[in-house]
Design a protein around this ligand. Structure first.
Ligand SMILES: [Zn+2]
Length: 79
């Protein structure tokens, strides 16, 4: 993933990939507010990279939920 995306000055509604990735991650911890959701969905519409990133995170979240509700995660290595 590249980070060299230009930051737009205030007034534009675009968000950089870095910002989009941050919002995508946030979404698994808390609800995004209206502006965040709008920014993210607008970015996802035109950015394939972030769409893929979102898919990967969704998959990870599903897996971790299965762990949490079903099988016990192996934790005998925790110090
Ligand atoms: Zn992006």
């Amino acid at each position: 993933m590249t980070d060299d995306v230009a930051r737009y000055p205030d007034g534009t509604r675009d968000v950089s990939c870095r910002e989009a990735a941050r919002l995508i991650s946030f979404r698994f911890d808390r609800e995004l507010n209206h502006d965040e959701r709008r920014e993210l969905s607008m970015h996802l519409m035109e950015c394939l990279n972030c769409q893929r990133f979102e898919q990967q995170l969704k998959l990870l979240q599903q897996l971790s939920r299965q762990y949490a509700s079903g099988a016990k995660a192996p934790d005998d290595a925790v110090s």
